[in-house]
Design a binder for this molecule. Structure first.
Ligand SMILES: NC(=O)c1ccc[n+]([C@@H]2O[C@H](COP(=O)([O-])OP(=O)(O)OC[C@H]3O[C@@H](n4cnc5c(N)ncnc54)[C@H](OP(=O)(O)O)[C@@H]3O)[C@@H](O)[C@H]2O)c1
Length: 420
């Protein structure tokens, strides 16, 4: 289908309310990545008129009211580290792994949801036929994929196609944009702490990137569970946000030369190790003891410090590697003190449901930086790519302006006004 220039596209169609739930148009507007234009997000993500997806058995098509921006669609645009066209058979890629919206049409076999229901979406998919789904964990299934990254038909479009098990009730106390902003990072943080680390009252937790997408939820979860956290950040403004979210205190990582780059000389490594020790001592002082859990997603730069800082028999839980995925660290600190390293990836439907209930009760709150219009999808991703974002970005799709969709009282999202 031809690319549409923004000035020739009729964006009023996004908010056209002539259609009734149950009826799908034949085509829709979508932001699309194609294999022959992979590269910088602002050039790779183009507006196109696409066929509207029809729901298959146990599938649901939702009218997207708002979408959440995540780093995975930057990787999809760049085609790095591997092209998304190796994950799925479509010749197009509509990204977007977070959405709030309205159930528009349900496929054969769907009984829990009906057209008109207001929902949010978690992004884990797996085949109903894989045995792992029925007793182990859908994350263990060979068919497991992240919707809107390893699949197409994501949320940067008027309509998105999901499996029925991906749907959760939209918290009534949130606007559309707030509801679209938290799923991917919050549900990931929930599994890391609640399932993988069995977080308990009294646990002490060190959280890297505590003002980031994962960190704002890790910080709130620890406080809610009766634990104590210290958040690592790169500015005092971010530190103040982290304290507001329930951390005992924060550490500005600029005060320590502990970043592991790889290829250090023995002298440099010795100096780095000394800094990691100083950092670990300060963490223990703030928390009143060494951390039971270290919440990791930075990877290469911080992992040796994480293994050092965690207490004997403690856990380092990791779900990502922003600074590099080839890790090296002094393993003596692991085995002599019987520490554990735990991998974690997104969340299953049960965990997403339990986590969503905490949002419905306002015990955990989304943290939103900016809301942008549908025309800004490429720009929003370019901001992430250039590290010019200062927090979570939501995109209005079917919602005409911010503030719509809230049907119950509640505090809503925390607005992050933090510097980079
Ligand atoms: N497996 C999964 O299911 C899953 C799910 C979500 C995210 N992830 C991955 O987890 C990572 C973090 O995601 P996010 O949404 O939280 O990203 P984010 O919003 O960009 O936050 C990450 C934070 O990490 C800190 N950081 C970055 N480089 C660092 C370094 N060299 N040393 C120390 N801290 C550093 C930064 O905070 P300061 O500058 O303030 O320190 C940054 O704000 C990404 O790699 C993402 O792909 C994985």
């Amino acid at each position: 289908m031809p690319v549409l220039e923004l000035n020739e596209a009729d964006l009023t169609r996004l908010t056209d309310d002539n259609l009734q739930p149950g009826e799908l148009p034949s085509t829709m507007l979508a932001w699309v990545i194609r294999e022959d234009r992979l590269g910088e997000p602002e050039a790779a993500i183009k507006l196109e008129e696409m066929e509207c997806p029809e729901p298959g058995p146990f599938e649901v098509v939702i009218k997207v009211m708002a979408a959440g921006v995540n780093f995975n669609n930057v990787w999809a645009a760049l085609g790095e580290p591997i092209s998304v066209f190796r994950y799925h058979p479509e010749d197009h890629h509509i990204g977007g792994s977070d959405a709030s919206g309205i159930v528009w049409k349900v496929g054969e076999g769907v009984t829990r949801w009906k057209p008109g229901d207001e929902v949010v979406v978690h992004c884990n998919q797996a085949s109903y036929e894989d045995v792992e789904v029925h007793g182990l964990d859908p994350l263990a299934a060979p068919s497991q994929q992240i919707w809107g990254y390893e699949t197409s038909w994501g949320s940067f479009a008027q309509f998105a196609k999901v499996q029925a098990q991906q749907i959760l009730p939209k918290p009534a106390n949130l606007t559309w944009e707030e509801a679209a902003s938290y799923g991917l990072t919050y549900f990931t943080a929930y599994r890391m702490l609640m399932d993988r680390c069995k977080l308990q009252a009294g646990h002490r937790v060190l959280i890297w990137g505590a003002a980031g997408g994962l960190g704002v939820f890790a910080t709130q979860l620890v406080a809610m569970a009766g634990g104590q956290s210290v958040g690592v950040v790169s500015s005092d403004e971010k530190g103040e946000l982290v304290k507001r979210l329930g951390a005992v205190d924060y550490i500005n990582r600029g005060d320590y030369a502990l970043q592991r780059k790889g290829g250090e000389t023995p002298e440099e490594e010795k100096a780095r190790f000394k800094e990691s020790r100083r950092f670990s001592k300060d963490v223990a002082e703030i928390l009143g003891g060494e951390p039971d859990i270290v919440f990791e997603h930075v990877g290469k730069a911080t992992f040796p410090t994480s293994v050092l800082a965690v207490k004997p028999f403690g856990k380092v839980v990791i779900c990502g590697a922003t600074s590099g995925y080839q890790l090296d660290f002094d393993v003596r600190y692991l085995w002599m003190r019987q520490k554990e390293i735990l991998g974690s990836h997104f969340a299953n439907a049960w965990e997403a449901t339990k986590a969503n209930e905490l949002i419905e009760q306002s015990l955990i709150r989304p943290v939103l930086w900016q809301t942008m219009g549908f025309d800004k999808v490429p720009d929003a991703h370019q901001m992430l790519r250039d590290n010019k974002h200062l927090g979570k970005i939501a995109i209005l799709v079917g919602a005409t302006e911010e503030g719509q969709g809230k049907t119950a009282d509640g505090p809503g999202a925390i607005r992050a006004e933090v510097g980079g």
